[in-house]
Design a protein around this ligand. Structure first.
Ligand SMILES: [Zn+2]
Length: 65
């Protein structure tokens, strides 16, 4: 049985301050998503990349320059 991802958020570390944060996933936003979100700890803008095209969806954060 193939598991759909049930998580509505994933824990990822901030690329600026290293603080691990739960980033919400917009499940209606498609298989790949990229958006800018400010870190709640250090307030710096970071780009959130989300990819659910594979069996295990993954997310990572980049510094937005
Ligand atoms: Zn931060």
């Amino acid at each position: 049985m193939r598991r759909r991802f049930l998580e509505t958020s994933m824990a990822v570390a901030c690329p600026f301050c290293g603080e691990v944060d739960e980033v919400p996933i917009d499940e209606g936003g498609g298989a790949t998503q990229t958006y800018i979100e400010d870190c709640p700890t250090c307030c710096k803008p970071r780009s959130v990349h989300f990819d659910a095209r594979e069996d295990e969806p993954h997310m990572y954060l980049d510094r937005e320059s």
